[in-house]
Design a protein around this ligand. Structure first.
Ligand SMILES: Cc1cc2nc3c(=O)[nH]c(=O)nc-3n(C[C@H](O)[C@H](O)[C@H](O)COP(=O)(O)OP(=O)(O)OC[C@H]3O[C@@H](n4cnc5c(N)ncnc54)[C@H](O)[C@@H]3O)c2cc1C
Length: 425
């Protein structure tokens, strides 16, 4: 007698994926174990701690970073790997870190920004300065949030000039003099040992070019030097395992060679750093969406209402099906933007931004619906889903507020159509 129903499909732990190599599967499963055994328990513990204790020298936050070092997935893991394969590897690793804890995943990613920039510069002095240190990326300031992500003068309000913000560099001879403060949102800001600054710069002829755009620079700054001080770690609703706070710079002087991008190459390097952050945010959203989905699936397979397991009621099956399709779509979009960004001859951060906004807004829909499936208990600290909702909320603003990112993408597409005739064939 032949089988009368189709076999269950082949699935990987990340869902409907086919064609993984043995190496990819081994790496994914190794990072998944780390996410389940180290990140989840530490993330939940940190989530409940007041921020004044959460990142103190002996806190679980540092246990996470010690264990992460041992895992050996830092910058360099992709060295020698072909670009498409590197994009895929990154997608598998970062999504699992997001599945474990999105706050800790961002701490790990932001922590690498200075050393990645140092590697890209090829300067040994900078690589040595960043090696083994926790980093941060300071790009936003109290008066320069979304404005810092605006790349074209036509996007500014008519008559306005580029926003210099509250933290800037002056290039004087062989020195860079830095003054002002970052926003309170800099990930790892209160504890980082080294920073990659992404700020406005005056090279001796003011902060603006003839079109009113600000000149910029990327500078690597060790944070134990004279003139640097910190704010208090933020108390916030989500991503509580991630320390965030201001960094103040009072006449901080570093040699000019610490700049990894200056006047002419800054626009392209700024764009690439931002695109890198956007792809990571898309993968992290992939992991969080799947984490919430798994919690909801397990719950509906336990909870009885309407005379049956929720999972056996057709309305639930519809809701779970619609969520599951989103979980897969988020994953595919994240991989698509990451691959395009790594292998295109001319990537663009506004496309990456569209991926960040899409993956994160769809992810929020999934996490919100997952909590809805829990009913009242989902709102309580007895179940982990409420933490995921709080974490998901902050990701709608992080690394660029979603509406603004779609707006930038819309600007790009209208220009591609008008000036490059894209879509007119
Ligand atoms: C969890 C988290 C982690 C972060 N990590 C970092 C980090 O590591 N480093 C760093 O430098 N920063 C970081 N940030 C800061 C983040 O990039 C900013 O919060 C974000 O870019 C938005 O800026 P803002 O908060 O100043 O909001 P604003 O820019 O003040 O925006 C407020 C509202 O105004 C709207 N708005 C703004 N401009 C326009 C416009 N031109 N037209 C119409 N509407 C507009 C926005 O859409 C938004 O709804 C982080 C933020 C979060 C939440």
């Amino acid at each position: 007698m032949g089988e009368t129903k189709p076999a269950w499909p082949y699935v990987e732990l990340s869902g409907f994926d086919a064609g993984f190599s043995e190496e990819e599967r081994t790496i994914q499963q190794g990072v998944h174990r780390f996410a389940a055994q180290v990140m989840r328990p530490l993330g939940r513990e940190l989530d409940r701690m007041p921020s004044e204790n959460a990142y103190a020298p002996n806190s679980p936050f540092w246990d996470f970073h010690r264990e992460l070092q041992k895992l050996g997935i830092g910058p360099g893991i992709e060295a020698g790997v072909e670009a498409r394969a590197a994009a895929r590897l990154e997608s598998l690793v970062v999504a699992e870190l997001g599945w474990g804890d999105v706050g800790l995943a961002v701490s790990a990613g932001a922590g690498e920004m200075p050393i990645r920039a140092a590697f890209a510069s090829g300067q040994k002095e900078l690589i040595d300065m960043c090696a083994g240190k926790l980093g941060c990326w300071a790009a936003t300031q109290p008066d320069r949030g979304s404005d810092g992500l605006l790349l074209y003068s036509q996007e500014r309000f008519p008559g306005s000039k580029g926003n210099v913000g509250n933290l800037y560099a002056k290039f004087i001879g062989e020195e860079i003099v830095i003054n002002g403060q970052s926003s309170a949102w800099v990930s790892n800001g209160t504890v980082a040992q080294v920073a990659l600054l992404d700020i406005a710069a005056d090279y001796g002829d003011g902060f603006h070019d003839e079109e009113g755009n600000t000149f910029g620079c990327n500078v690597i700054v060790p944070l134990d030097i004279r003139g640097v001080s910190r704010g208090k770690p933020l108390e916030k609703i989500g991503k509580r395992p991630l320390p965030q706070g201001e960094i103040y710079f009072d006449n901080v002087r570093v040699p000019r060679r610490f700049a990894v991008a200056t006047r002419d190459d800054y626009p392209s390097k700024h764009a690439m750093a931002w695109a890198h952050a956007g792809t990571a945010m898309s993968h992290i959203a992939t992991g969080l969406a799947r984490a919430a989905y798994e919690l909801a699936l397990s719950y509906v397979n336990q909870r009885v209402q309407g005379g049956a397991l929720l999972a056996d009621l057709q309305l639930t099956q519809y809701r779970v099906g619609a969520m599951g399709a989103r979980v897969e779509a988020i994953k595919v979009m994240a991989r698509h933007v990451a691959e395009y960004t790594k292998i295109s001859p001319q990537p663009h951060p506004y496309f990456t931004a569209s991926g960040k906004a899409y993956c994160n807004s769809e992810m929020f829909t999934v996490v919100n619906e997952a909590l809805q499936l829990f009913g009242g208990v989902g709102l309580t600290a007895a179940y982990p889903i409420e933490k995921l909702l709080r974490d998901a909320r902050s990701m709608q603003i992080e690394d660029g507020e979603n509406h603004l990112l779609f707006m930038h993408y819309g600007f790009l597409m209208t220009r591609l159509n008008r000036f490059e005739a894209w879509g007119q064939s």
